[in-house]
Design a protein around this ligand. Structure first.
Ligand code: FUC
Length: 777
């Protein structure tokens, strides 16, 4: 009996242990070649940061998905305030010498004051991006609904809302089409004549007018801001009846209705506002109005997928992808074991790139193309001391190279306006841009001298031209845009100033964004200028042009103040060893040379790498959206995947805290929260995640350089490395399984995984395959 009891107890214990092991064991995530990426919810949006974005590069909208009332807030990217304007302050240059002297003699406050009074942009502030209008659709008797669902499908860029009322299924699809340049809204009911609604347009501008046309199918909203006038028109097609009254279209007894909306302004470029929206808008609509929705939809899908389908990423799915997106964000902050959400974050960033930045459109602002406020945070414009560049960090790697073009067009504009600023403020040739830019391409220092006078803008933006070349190996592109880099280099070659205290060439006056006030010689500027000079020299050699000029840059590089290690073991942020190790400031600009630069790395400068890491440790792990995102990239470059993942965890935490306040993280619609919403963190976060699995900044392709243990299995295809290579690879239990590399330009390839290095020649158009130990297959 005793023995029997013992055996029973033993059996129960064994069973309990087995059960425990089953429940505690990390579920092996299912890795899929093609994930079904969606943002999904079971409730309409109440706040703008719950609404879902669509866009075609210029025409964007946020969809709330209400049942009684649908609200679609829309934007067109050229509607800003203001007018063409040269922001250069023609007298500024007179004060440059004195400001430099004051800084050299330690009189910072006096230098700041003198600069504030005499050196700033005219006027001192730039101009806001504007919302355009709002579409409202009111449904009668839609109070008691069930089966509500709204989702944004990233695989086809369509927003869907569906619900049931009294056995009738209602469905709405909304898309923003690049080929047809319209927003299309398609409404259906499963039962004949069950669809009735009022449709109206509005805008929050003071200067607005709203009209219905006599055909009862058209609504027009006109808005005006500064010299820009915007016109937006919508047209309805339906199998029901249409009438109009009180500025609203009334659709009754329908089972389907399609609404096409387009919008335009008279903005042509930063100097020309002679556009004719009165013509463009009806022309665009007349091209589309005879097309049925299915045709518009399939044009849209094939256009979108020609970009979206080039790249796939999977970290496995442990079943949580079925939950609503807001719930997943909340759950992730408790327990970050939802690898599919991390892959979704990357897919969403790609979606946001495609929808906000297509060739021929304007570069993505701080909010992409989405803004619902007349005075949006930071003007919803372009901040160049981190934010604008971050918007484009992942674009080459995640295979959307042509979506980089709007940034190059912006740089092209800045080379014109920035040349005026270079002359007026620094008596220099070439071009320069300070820390802010608007649609009029203001390039002079704005807001306040202690942070507005930052001289890194032209150098940092120019590195994007070089990076695009490195990834694509496209010499025609390099030739076309070379002058931008060289004229930025020309500016710095004349601007650099010999520091009377150290004898180094330094950047003065400037600022280490946005900490420490106006200074002489912040480390970041010197890293940026050296990178620009090196890139320009190499570009001129590749193109075999301009060698006389670029040969003058090499001696300058050697004289620029070098990176230095300070008394706390840190990388010095300034010329003087005055870093405060207690500072948790969000900007970590002196680490630029670690990421996105590469001057500081483990191979060539291990001591500086150690010091840079020390600096980042002092700054700590907290921060706003973009700051967290940058830190993910840094920790990936420091080869510490688990630390990088800790910050992914923070980036994917709910922006809305239980105490009702907002903090850094993600909103319910996965928009990055500074707070408020700023899109840079979405792009920077995706870049950091990709840097965990591939890096190519040191002349070789490193696989899984900083893989966190939380992403132990996965696969990626269509990821791009410098040298013109497109890779597909997979890993299991943290170990590389296989890799294949398509060489697009025939460059030699160096592949690295752990300590193994494989070097081989390639032919353009050929694919090379290897097993997990880098043996050729
Ligand atoms: C820089 C940052 C702020 C914000 C703003 C748009 O000035 O310091 O945090 O991101 O840009």
């Amino acid at each position: 009996m005793k023995k029997q009891n013992k055996q029973i107890i033993k059996n129960i214990s064994l069973l309990a242990l087995c059960l425990l092991l089953t429940f505690c064991a990390k579920p092996k995530e299912k890795v899929q070649e093609k994930e079904d990426f969606k943002l999904q919810y079971t409730k309409p949006a109440i706040k703008w940061t719950e609404a879902l974005p669509i866009g075609n590069g210029s025409l964007g909208a946020m969809i709330y998905g209400g049942v009684n009332q649908e609200h679609i807030q829309f934007n067109e990217e050229t509607l800003w305030r203001g007018e063409p304007h040269n922001y250069a302050n023609e007298d500024a240059g007179k004060y440059l010498g004195e400001i430099r002297e004051l800084l050299a003699t330690g009189k910072q406050l006096e230098a700041q004051k003198l600069a504030q009074d005499n050196f700033m942009s005219d006027p001192i502030k730039q101009i806001h991006y504007q919302p355009f209008g709002d579409i409202f659709i009111d449904f009668k008797n839609h109070e008691n609904f069930s089966n509500y669902k709204r989702e944004l499908n990233l695989n086809n860029a369509i927003n869907t809302v569906s619900y049931t009322i009294d056995d009738v299924d209602y469905k709405r699809e909304v898309l923003s089409s690049f080929p047809d340049q319209i927003i299309a809204i398609n409404l259906t009911s499963s039962k004949d004549k069950a669809l009735s609604f009022d449709l109206w347009l509005d805008a929050i501008h003071e200067d607005k007018s709203i009209m219905t046309s006599n055909d009862s199918q058209t609504l027009v909203v006109k808005v005006k801001d500064g010299v820009l006038r915007g016109i937006s028109t919508l047209k309805v097609k339906t199998n029901g009846n249409i009438t109009h009254a009180n500025g609203k279209l009334q659709i009754t007894e329908a089972s389907n209705a399609t609404i096409y909306l387009t919008a335009a302004t008279n903005y042509i470029d930063f100097e020309d506002v002679s556009g004719q929206p009165e013509k463009i808008v009806p022309e665009t609509l007349s091209k589309v109005q005879h097309l049925n929705y299915e045709t518009v939809k399939s044009n849209h899908i094939s256009d979108y997928q020609s970009l979206y389908n080039r790249f796939q990423i999977s970290f496995g799915d442990n079943g949580k992808s079925a939950n609503t997106t807001d719930q997943r964000i909340r759950d992730f902050s408790e327990n970050p074991s939802d690898p599919q959400l991390v892959a979704l974050y990357v897919a969403y960033a790609r979606y946001l790139t495609i929808t906000s930045s297509r060739p021929g459109t304007k570069a993505a602002t701080l909010q992409g193309i989405w803004n619902d406020k007349l005075t949006p945070p930071w003007f919803s414009s372009y901040t160049t001391n981190i934010n604008l560049e971050m918007n484009y960090w992942p674009v080459e790697m995640y295979n959307l190279s042509e979506c980089h073009e709007p940034l190059f067009d912006l740089i092209e504009d800045l080379s014109v306006t920035g040349a005026k600023v270079a002359k007026a403020h620094y008596n220099a040739d070439g071009w320069i841009v300070h820390h802010n830019v608007d649609i009029w391409r203001g390039a002079a220092p704005v807001n306040a001298s202690h942070h507005g006078i930052w001289l890194g803008g032209a150098a940092w933006l120019s590195t994007h031209i070089w990076e695009h070349y490195l990834f694509t190996q496209d010499k025609d592109f390099l030739e076309k845009r070379y002058a931008l880099m060289r004229n930025a280099a020309l500016f710095y070659s004349q601007f650099l100033y010999e520091d009377p205290n150290t004898g180094y060439l330094i950047s003065s006056p400037s600022n280490s964004p946005e900490i420490g006030g106006l200074v002489a010689g912040p480390t970041m500027d010197h890293q940026l200028i050296r990178a620009l000079f090196r890139n320009t020299i190499e570009a001129s050699q590749i193109l075999n042009t301009d060698l006389d000029f670029t040969s003058t840059l090499k001696p300058l590089i050697d004289k620029i103040a070098p990176n230095k290690i300070g008394k706390h073991g840190q990388l010095q942020e300034w010329l003087q060893d005055k870093d405060n190790p207690e500072s948790h400031h969000r900007h970590v600009s002196h680490l630029w040379a670690v990421h996105p630069g590469n001057e500081i790395n483990y191979e060539d400068t291990p001591d500086l790498m150690k010091a840079a890491k020390q600096s980042l440790e002092y700054r700590g792990d907290n921060g706003t959206g973009w700051s967290l995102a940058w830190k993910i990239n840094f920790w990936s470059r420091f080869r510490d995947g688990d630390h990088a993942y800790k910050l992914v965890h923070k980036l994917l935490s709910p922006a809305e805290r239980p105490n009702g306040k907002e903090g850094g993280g993600s909103y319910a619609n996965l928009f990055d929260a500074h707070p408020p919403f700023q899109i840079d963190g979405n792009f920077g976060g995706a870049s950091g995640i990709l840097e965990m699995i591939l890096q190519s900044q040191l002349g070789k392709i490193e696989l899984l350089p900083a893989l966190p243990s939380a992403l132990a299995q996965g696969s990626v295809s269509g990821i791009v490395a410098r040298g013109g290579f497109e890779l597909s690879f997979s890993w299991e239990e943290g170990t590389l399984k296989e890799v294949s590399i398509l060489s697009k330009s025939g460059s030699p390839c160096i592949l690295k995984y752990n300590d193994k290095i494989m070097e081989f020649q390639t032919e353009a158009g050929k694919t090379y395959s290897f097993d997990g130990a880098l043996n050729k297959k």
